[in-house]
Design a protein. Sequence first.
Length: 131
Amino acid sequence: MKHITALTLTTLLAATGLAQTAAAPAASPVSYDLTAGYDSEYYYRGLWFSNQNAWYNIGASKKLSDKTTASALAYYTSSNDVRSQYQELDLGASVSYDAGFATLTAGYTYFFFFNGYLGNKNGRPEPEFLP
């Protein structure tokens, strides 16, 4: 995938307040990641979707224990090319476990295509694009 990352912003925030007792264990912080960029051509698994896409991605992760981490993401892309009219929203969540010899991850991603997965009118090309 060809793309230029326009902005990357990573912020680490505490999940709890600043005041904690000495006996209580420190809460694990939540890590946030915000990224924006541009794709001159948007291909996914070898299939062309659109041209001139702006995209935005936000992710969050939290360590639940020494070996377990929960993560969530939201990704949005939209074509600036008037011929393709393509928009996509991906929402996902996962849980990872570090087993020592490997990291095991279970997750789910929901893909929503605003104009159908091929753009224009629920995946049907406009007449001028037909051969």
